[in-house]
Design a protein around this ligand. Sequence first.
Ligand code: 2AM
Length: 183
Amino acid sequence: MRLFFALGLDEKTNQAAREQLVRYHHHLCGEGRAVPDQNLHLTLAFLGEVPDTKLSALQAAASNLALPAFSLTTSGVEVWDQPKIACVTFNQPPPVLFDLAHHLQSLPVWHAKADSHAFTPHITLRRGVKDQQALHLPPLPTQTFACQRFGLYASPSSASDESIPRDNEGRALYQCLHQFSLC
Ligand code: 2AM
């Protein structure tokens, strides 16, 4: 299974902030492919292909992390060149977010795929944005998200797999396998 840890930002207290983010997301048009609403998340650690036999040890290791809950305030939307995405970024993300990502990237049971980029918290909205001038980016209203839990998600390895859950446009959806509470 191709796995990653992420903040789903879908706690009940985030409902208004999430709805506003989704509305903004629907207004973006032009360049690139929109991420399905249900897949909006902040990746903490991308693990790559992990054998099923490692799953329970991975969950146990992540459950043992005792890190405090925190909040995240959006700063705006940026277009990056590497990877070519449009994404939400955050204003002064707290050190505990970086601690959480670091711990999840280096769990003894499975180390995350080495990434050439430093961890930069973001929520990808559109992929394949090759020409940023072709994407109309209205200002993003500032939103604060409470982060009280994170999840372990499965991402489909093959786009043609018929057993993958999909949205009504046929786009593959991530599956949350387990959620973990912050303190
Ligand atoms: P993103 O966080 O920038 O959107 C599942 O594929 C998630 O893991 C995606 O959200 C993706 O990017 C993130 N990810 C990080 N490194 C990846 C990699 N090497 N391959 C695929 N996805 C990766």
